[in-house]
Design a protein around this ligand. Sequence first.
Ligand SMILES: [Ca+2]
Length: 165
Amino acid sequence: MKTFMIPAVAMAALFATSPAQAEILAAATNVVEQLFDTAEPFNVVIDGAENKNTIKFKTSKAGPVIITFYAECRVYGDIFDYVDVDIFVDPAGAGGFVPIAPTNDDNAMCSGFGEAPSGNGGRWISAVVAGVVDLPKGTHKVRVRGTLNGGNFVRLDDILLSVQN
Ligand SMILES: [Ca+2]
């Protein structure tokens, strides 16, 4: 093992130029299971304590924000049946909710296992969907929409939504 001595001046410069820390701008959880058995898009209850589909967060300056949606996920259906999850953001100012990349594509959060119909199939997995969006300074809203593509139902449970800059 080699030992290096770093001059105090160099150490001071290293700390002076340390990058900005990421900050958690919002977080919400929901431990109540939700079942969706329709082909229509559905909004997920992401804040279980407040029973809300939408949460707000603030940015103190313009820049990119990463939004991460964690959940237990279970689709009852064939192997090509899946739930597509979109993270929608309504930025401060004019306009409304738009899905953020890459969740605006046909991303599968989880899919079926091809089991024979039994009325209560599927297998739980822990899954994550995340997206990034450039936002102005201000107060914004986020919500999560799912769409079942085939299959009998999707169940979501033990959710965490986190917003970080
Ligand atoms: Ca999507």
